[in-house]
Design a protein around this ligand. Sequence first.
Ligand code: SF4
Ligand code: SF4
Length: 719
Amino acid sequence: MVGINSATQMTSWLAGGRDLFVVLHVLGLLCFTYIVTKRLVPLARGERDLRFDHPWLRLGRVGKYWLGQWKHPRYRTAGILHIFIFAGFLVLAIRAFSVLIVGVSQDFVMPGLAGRAGPIYDIVTDYAATIVFFCMVIAVVRRLIFKPARYAVPARYGKAHTADAIFLLSLIAILMVADSLFAAAKAAGQLQAGLSGEALAVFSLPWMLQKALVSTSLVTLGRLYFGAYLLHELAFYFLLCYRPFGIQFHVETSFFNIYFAKLDREILKPVRCGVPDEHLDQAKSFGVKTFEDFTWKHMLDFYSCADCGRCSDNCPADAVGRPLSPRFLTIKARDYAFQHYPMVGKPKNGTPLVGGEDSGGIYSEDEIWSCTTCGACEAECPLLVEYVDKIVDLRRGLVDDGNVPQSLQKPLKALKSRGNPYGKMEKKKADWANAEGFQQICPVKTVGKSNGADILYFVDSITSYDDRMQSIGRATAKILNHVGENFGILGAAERDSGHEVRRFGEETLFMALRDHNVEAIKTSGVARIVTADPHAYNALKHDYKDVPPVEHISQVIAREVKAGKITFNPVENINNVYTYHDPCYLGRHNGIYDDPRNVLDAIPGLERVEMTRSGDRSFCCGGGGLMLFYEPKEEQRMGVRRVQMAADAGANVIVTACPFCMVNIEDAIKGAGLEGKMTAIDLAELVDQQIARGPQSRVDRATETEEVVIASSSSGRPD
Ligand code: SF4
Ligand code: SF4
């Protein structure tokens, strides 16, 4: 039974308070409804986003990421604390509801809890309230004393959020104490009235409070009971109505944010959801320029951020001092929404988001161009907040207004005119394959209508034109040749995949490059595509439509190693220690983590170590594609930070599987002063070097004499 209706003094308090509680409930609920309705106004004005498909799949993700708190343990202490708090809240939700009703209907018992389940549930809630209370105490102590660095607010982003966090944590703690005191006073009152007291969970907060109240007079207990109830009501409604004004709003929105989270994170958001490419010319503008250009789901992201700092803690741009912190991209947008959509008065919408403060902007251009689209922030966020799409949308808005950084104008012009960012001639595209003597050891044909092949090796710009990266092209061709594939290249007919062009917001140019390549691929009649460039891989797999299936060369090698078609000679220098650097567009964006590692582990004598940040926590090398042409403001190069991580792991050879990573890492080895102590090699190059070929094979003989440019002079980083 809920309430202490047998202890008459106390019931009279409650009975007397019924009118008060009715008023409190009505006011509290009206207030909450009004506030949430106001918060939904910008969402109603936001851009369209199609997130209503696959309800079961979405519910499954809610089960995993919301109910199962899947990502929280990635930060052990904070994660475990959060899991306890969340579980406590879930348990206490029913209790809070029934306690609220008791104020107006004293004999109310939650359906299903009338029989034996009631006391069991009460015991569970006693412990839940206790756990939540102590978690709040620990959280306050962490915030005040241990101060994890990721909660800090750099001066350029405003004031620290500590006071707000402490205030909210304290409010929750007060709610738990009020709830426990309510139960304790009731149980103590029953005992004092000579009734068998309600069983409280041993060592729980209510149990401890009851022990403390054991000699308190019945009158005082009645007052405590009423006072605790009133405090509980006030704290409950205050919290309910205060949460939508800050980070605690995620308590209400997180369920929906996870339900509506993007299912295909690797596919970039289209310019306008639901508008096909051919109708894009009718769009009045591209990208996000004002707050209302964000989709409603992206606005929901802003409300759902818990300010935990995990995204920025993993953001390589933030780590090297670029003017970008994903956490503050969100918080600034949320503050903007709160200010421009006030609780009272008309919305003040329509101001540009990017630009100086004079124009009402909240983001700087540098901030928006500083992102490498590595996806580390998204991989980390427990609430599945999306960043890459938003940043690309903001870039689309800048590009649409002609605000392209100076350093990017030349490569973009070259891409328009020549189909590659270097402005090189199309006819030179296959020079890497026509290097002296190479065609004799590894024939590479140019596929076309009259020259068919099963596999297209899509080379992309950097491997085609950069002297150093051409070595990756030759190694890839030799591997395909070794396993007996009938492959060819598009040669002059291949244009840049457009992967980075798209991520830099130049959608129209991307579409032109894509359409050209799709036409050339279709004409070639190939059944499969292989590439050694994760950016090309990602573009062909996710940005292109109607092209044959695509694989990264690491997948092909791993399969052939497993099938026994590729075997390796032992490494010559057994003192070398290798580490694998996951390229963002192979790992995080496409989940290919194991194949490259399995290949390395199949090489006899190769010692491999993992860097602390590996797998889906890999640290971006600095970005590929047009990022090579952009000189951001930063304190340190990302690549240098990455090379130091490899050195810290005890490695002296960094293996990667991406030509852009190779450019950045080789530059960084020099930048870190580790020349001669550290080297970098592409997986394809290493495999080609270690492959066990028959003693008389053509390739084997030729490899001895071939001048493959491994440590070439020319870096892919443009002059
Ligand atoms: S995508 Fe990478 S660089 Fe961009 S904000 Fe996220 S973590 Fe930072
Ligand atoms: S976006 Fe996600 S990871 Fe970043 S602070 Fe917010 S909740 Fe935390």
